[in-house]
Write a protein that binds this ligand. Sequence first.
Ligand code: GLC
Length: 422
Amino acid sequence: MIPRFKDARDVFFERRFGMFVHWGLYAIPAWHEQILWRGKVKRKEYEQLIREFNPTRFDPDAWLDLAEAAGMQYICFTTKHHDGFCMWNTKHTEYNVMNTPYGKDILGMLAEACHRRNFPLSLYYSCPDWHHPNYPNQGRHHEMFGPRPGDDPDIEKYYDFVKKQIEELCTNYGNIYQLFWDVNVAEYYEPSINEWIRSMQPGILINDRGPGKGDYNTPERHVPEGGVFSKPTEACQSLGRESWGYRDNEDYYTNKFIMQSIDKILAMGGNYLLNVGPKADGTITSENVEALQSIGSWYNRVKEAFEGTVPATDMIHQDVMTTAGSNQVIQRDQVLITRKANTLYVHLYRDPQTQSILLKPLDVLPKRAVLLNNGRELEAQVDLMPVYWKERPYLRILGLPANEMSGEVMVVKLEFDESVCE
Ligand code: GLC
């Protein structure tokens, strides 16, 4: 079992699915949120975008409607990405949203909507800063190639600025659910900062990419397969393959790929933060809206297999190709299992090969087997299979509509009378 915090932070284990939003000036060139670093654009040129940013169609409730309808339980917003541009009314740099033609406190508007709807708000904050004169840009990864004339690289002074900004974020915007620090390139460690944040925001969860150890891990994009996470984990993934910020001609993942990824991470006991990059006008693209609608429709139908469950894949043995004498055992479907009391959930997070699954070594019939995707009952048998003729009968679930459901991850609920689970 993944260790619990045993305090208010344990709400982390209940909020399994969140919306990540990458939004800032970079939505205007619409190439990648790190266009300054990866796109070799000059800082002077990029910083002119502040004169253009005018998201007149920004409506935080529209974002939250979409997130809620998809079954998401919190939102994490980029207050300041690596470019250093701040999406709130900060007193500590001019490089912020109040100095755009829009001139409104975007974070304030989002926070107001979140608190009014009782929807938890998390804040992303980048450690590197490509604008602030005190950040020591040395051309390491996620950094500019050196100081500009007039800069005064000094990590201590920079963190004084960071602390002032964090203080604004932690005191002016109500309850903050999580702080998502990003890439501690300068490897500046000062654990007292996280502790001080906790004093301003009791119960806040802080991730592992900042100046202190943090509460939970944040693997990104493609997470290796395995049984169970050993630490609290929130994996993140973007709907777009190439960028987190809005990108013209983005290459979007298929809904199925994202469902498989969500299913895998959640069944391993992790949480999932799924990213959208709104356009410069503040709207979320129709491609993203449609994707979130169909992923959300699936999520809402199967979510009881995640919420309140624990990973239990170790209850079954999955054969990989073996040759025992002349007896060849072919790799069968790899599934993941979650459990809630005497109920097991079987996650077909990879495309099934056939219309049935065999759950070795289980050999007890469930009182009911239901495909959560459509609520239909499935047939279960305990059979001696020819391939396991030297062993014993095992539980099989039959009649999966694998062809009809090829666009979704199927999740089967098995209710047992007594504990097959201990
Ligand atoms: C990576 C990207 C960064 C993005 C982050 C989200 O670190 O480089 O741009 O904000 O992932 O986790």
